[in-house]
Design a protein around this ligand. Structure first.
Ligand code: HEC
Length: 114
């Protein structure tokens, strides 16, 4: 909550046009190859001051509280080691990568993120 809710708000809905609605995007991202790493590599995650084990715990909490049942049922928790490995890979361009993964994001609650 301290590190992330300023942009993502407590339930993950974000801000239409600026911060994606994670209730919609977590399931999409976790369903495509590379999406699992992307959740760790976005600036908000990777650049945070959270240690790898805290970031893993935060992402696990987010998925388990914000994603849909189907996504949660197939989700395996991030581990500290996994987060460390993914975090070491720096995204060249977050928008290009996200586009390649799931296309332009639609924000269910009011317009796209463009
Ligand atoms: C300054 C605002 C801001 C803060 C603070 C922030 N984020 Fe984000 N986050 C964004 C934006 C904007 C995106 C969309 C991708 C991008 O442009 O980086 C995003 C995307 C994400 C995504 C991928 C979901 C998607 O649809 O792209 C995850 C996961 C995420 N953030 C996790 C976190 C975590 C965990 C924290 C706290 C440690 C955090 N963010 C803090 C703004 C923020």
């Amino acid at each position: 909550m301290i590190h992330c809710q300023g942009c993502h708000v407590p339930d993950g809905r974000g801000f239409p046009g600026r911060v994606p609605d994670m209730r919609a995007t977590l399931p999409l991202l976790l369903s495509v190859e590379g999406g699992r790493a992307f959740l760790v590599q976005v600036p908000g995650s990777a650049m945070s001051t959270l240690t790898n084990d805290r970031l893993a715990a935060t992402l696990n909490w987010m998925v388990r509280n914000m994603a849909d049942e189907a996504t949660i049922s197939t989700f395996t928790d991030y581990t500290e080691t996994e987060v460390g490995q993914m975090r070491a890979v720096r995204l060249e361009d977050v928008f290009t990568t996200r586009d390649a993964l799931i296309g332009h994001l639609e924000n269910e609650h009011g317009g796209s993120t463009e």
